[in-house]
Ligand binder design. Structure first.
Ligand SMILES: Nc1ncnc2c1ncn2[C@@H]1O[C@H](COP(=O)(O)OP(=O)(O)OP(=O)(O)O)[C@@H](O)[C@H]1O
Ligand SMILES: [Mg+2]
Length: 157
């Protein structure tokens, strides 16, 4: 159901339900929630699902990291006055350049117990909101997954 969604509330909710996992896996969370106002028109449950998928992937990507801090950073901002962008960054293993397209395909997984559906589903949800989901490799390490959702005034019917 499409309605007003407070994206910052959604992010805080997902981090709250992930808290014990975040603590158990010794992940440090940083927030930079800069989008103002943080409101989009969308399906709140689906947008939470996208954020949860990205957070779980970020945590998983850091499970073999022992020589540096495991940092999960969630950043929001308004882009060009037209869209709200959510970025989930980690200090994990990163994404091999030749796999950047592949990871969005259904059933593509590198995890022993992965389904490979998280990013495929997230991508369709973001597209259904007329936004975009992108992956990027961070330097010196880690990755960033960002999605945009058009702001209410800029959503095309
Ligand atoms: N933050 C990340 N850092 C590095 N690689 C990632 C990251 N997020 C996703 N990937 C890669 O993309 C693959 C696909 O991710 P996706 O979320 O679609 O599936 P999954 O996490 O393997 O399984 P599922 O989400 O269905 O439980 C992962 O198996 C992993 O190889
Ligand atoms: Mg996943």
């Amino acid at each position: 159901m499409f309605a007003r969604v407070d994206v910052h509330e959604a992010i805080r909710h997902i981090l709250a339900i992930s808290r014990s996992e975040i603590e158990r896996r010794q992940v440090v969370v940083q927030l930079a929630l800069n989008a103002e106002p943080p409101i989009v028109f969308g399906d709140g449950v689906q947008l939470q699902q996208v954020i949860l998928n990205l957070v779980v992937n970020a945590i998983d990507a850091m499970s073999d990291i022992h020589d540096r801090a495991r940092e999960l950073k969630v950043v929001t901002r308004v882009v060009d006055g037209t869209a709200l962008e959510v970025s989930v960054r980690d200090s994990g293993i990163g994404i091999r350049r030749d796999l950047v397209q592949k990871i969005f395909q259904p059933f593509y997984t590198t995890k022993a117990n992965g389904m490979g559906m998280g990013l495929a589903i997230s991508n369709s949800i973001v597209k259904a909101h007329k936004g975009e989901l992108h992956a990027a490799t961070l330097l010196p390490y880690g990755s960033q997954f960002s999605f945009t959702i058009p702001l209410p005034d800029h959503a095309t019917p």
